[in-house]
Design a protein around this ligand. Sequence first.
Ligand code: TXA
Ligand code: MG
Length: 332
Amino acid sequence: MQSIETRVVQIDPSQPSLEILQQASNVLQAGGLVVIPTETVYGLAANALNSTAVERIYQAKGRPSNNPLIVHVCSIGHAKEFVDHWPANAQKLAESFWPGPLTMVLKSNGLVSSLVTAGGDSIAIRLPSHPVARALIQVSNLPLAAPSANTSGCVSPTSASHVVKDLQGKVEMILDAGSCELGIESTVVDVRDENIQILRPGSVTSSMISEVLRCKVNQPDSLVVPNTAMVSPGMLEKHYAPRTLAIWIETDFWQIAGEMKTKGLQIGVLAMEKTPGALCLGKDPVEYARKLYGALHALDDMGLDRILVIAPPDLPEWFAVRDRLRRATVRL
Ligand code: TXA
Ligand code: MG
């Protein structure tokens, strides 16, 4: 792929410059790619109505074309423009959680590029709360297809520097508004019929959705088939994963770490509590989520042999964080 010039532009989230938004909007209108800050992670945005532009997202990420993209909109009315049917449950969830980290899967009316929906008849839609993302959608007056702004399978970016090291030369513009507030991707929920199904856990939990809809919400106990170090690397469920081999540690941390050090391996550790030599992300799941991808990027950049991840507790409030960590790690 030919390298293009990437402009990294700082933008103040509390007062986004109209001039910069207009420049980003011009890039999008012309079929270009703009990396945008959102409250979850940075997104790699293109005009969802333009197939040539959307195709460039897949190329820049190396993403398989059968994995559909989320469409970002600026209002409930804007969301309705792209669906065949707006169920009462969608209205209730939008009123409760939009703008914010909730993506709803609905029936598409076929208006966005079929590449966005990977040829399927459903569409995933989200109204982000980040002021820069919202303002850009408004100024450009476009629905923006935007996956996380990282090479497919790698750790999502929560700061512009994460994006620069990964996608420089592949996008026209990166809007740098500092670090993302929530740090993990939005909850994805299928609301097409009465069988409400969580497809990806996130900051909006199944019990929060259940409370609003006053019905049962389906969420598999564990969303991930555990990776094992035994299977061939090509078979690993590699998602949100650092390049360094990361290992999920439920028990016997000291013993395992000791054995690795004896073998001369350089190890990094991700912990909840202060542990010598470890990056400590704390015991609060919200704070842990905010810092998680930054910590994985930092550990990955250290050229270590192994990253040991001390598993957070198996409690509902840790569900989304555990989901991401399980996908980033293998089990011994
Ligand atoms: O927080 C987020 O959702 C971020 C920011 C940028 O908005 N975006 C993000 O996009 O995480 P991505 O592409 O990395 O993840 C989108 C997820 C994927 O798991 C994809 O399979 C699923 O949403 N998805 C997209 N469209 C879908 C559809 N029509 N039906 C079911 N799942 C869908
Ligand atoms: Mg992603």
